[in-house]
Write a protein that binds this ligand. Sequence first.
Ligand SMILES: [Mn+2]
Length: 265
Amino acid sequence: MSTYAMSDIHGCYDEFLAMLDKIGFSGADQLILAGDYIDRGKKSLEMLRWLEACPANVHLVRGNHDEEFAANVDLMTDLDKQYGLESDPDANEDAVALYRTFEYLLKAKKLTTWFFDYYKTIKSLLEDFNATIGDLCRWRDLIRGMPYYLEREIQGRACVVVHGGYAEDLEKIGLGDTNPEEFYLHARVEGYLLGGKRHGLIIAGHTPTIVEGEFTYNGGDVFRYYDEEKDCIFYDIDCGCVFRELYPKAKLACIRLEDEKIFYV
Ligand SMILES: [Mn+2]
């Protein structure tokens, strides 16, 4: 039995399946996914469908893109309620109309925002794949059921899988206005500098290792960092798979927690 972790699949469904194949993932293994399942890539729908039917030995952690998707679905259903639109949750045309009403209102009220469906994932689910409000709500609820991090004991070492960053006693380290959820979802260098766990192992994604100038830059390979003071091993396993067209060395990574072996697709 092995425990594997992957992160930042971003709709790269084919690579994800190829990785499961490569590691020979079976019912005897465990897989922890560190979030950002959707956006940017071409197969967000396939990813969402896979997640909602995933077996019990797959454990899902929430990423910032997933969180934003859920927040955007809330905006749509709130608008529906407030305006008494009574959209049919099972009718694709009602979902498309609600989406367009939302866009129209933003424009009419001159509320320019990058926030609403920035990657056009919801738009594509509705217009290209006939998704309904019922589908969107089901995926939102799936995301809201995902924890911000998961902890496992792997060979005597406490291992935390999180999207952005993890810190022990997050309330005590003085992050100003940053709340713990924000840290789990969005932390980058602060996750390494202020975060971590004594005698622990932190597996995160979020910051692609393919982007030059980022602190985790490693030419598109997994980034490993050891904090001696805390005896904490950090991994960034987001090797930027979805940016492959831009960066030929970008890839999907998977780590086996028991022996820190890395696999690439
Ligand atoms: Mn992210």
